[in-house]
Write a new protein. Structure first.
Length: 142
């Protein structure tokens, strides 16, 4: 009976992208090697996996310019498509973006919004997780 060593090989270029938390794939291949003479006994097909989407939205922020929690928006990984809209109490859109890196600074029409709760609607899509539709509230604090 042959002694086999099973190796899982990662594509180096894919792994580098994955470590940067972009929505890139990681490629895997399983290789069985004979431990007696290091000959390759079997090689699997290569599979391509995407990082699962992770998404976080804070419940409050303080747009007071102190450099801590001054903006509101999603933070995450594996997000391919994204749309965030923030509404005031009258249902008027005070912020909208399709760029996950763009954050709301607590201003509307060049002026700071009043402190209080604002509703938001978020739609995000990741290849491994599918679509997320989320509504919630964010509190603007002083």
């Amino acid at each position: 009976m042959k002694n086999l060593i099973i190796l899982i090989l990662l594509s180096v270029s894919s792994l580098a992208f994955a470590q940067q938390y972009e929505n890139k794939s990681v490629n895997y291949r399983v290789v069985a090697i004979n431990s007696e003479d290091n000959s390759i006994e079997s090689v699997s097909n290569e599979i391509e996996l995407y990082l699962p989407m992770k998404l976080y939205l804070p419940t409050a922020f303080t747009p007071n310019g102190d450099g801590l929690n001054d903006t509101f928006g999603a933070v995450g990984e594996g997000i391919e498509k994204y749309r965030l809209v923030v509404y005031n109490r009258w249902g008027e859109s005070v912020f909208s973006t399709e760029n996950v890196n763009a954050k709301w600074d607590g201003f509307y029409k060049g002026k700071p919004v009043p402190f209080g709760s604002y509703n938001y609607k978020l739609v995000a899509y990741g290849k491994e997780f599918g679509e997320v539709n989320k509504t919630g509230r964010v509190t603007v604090l002083n």
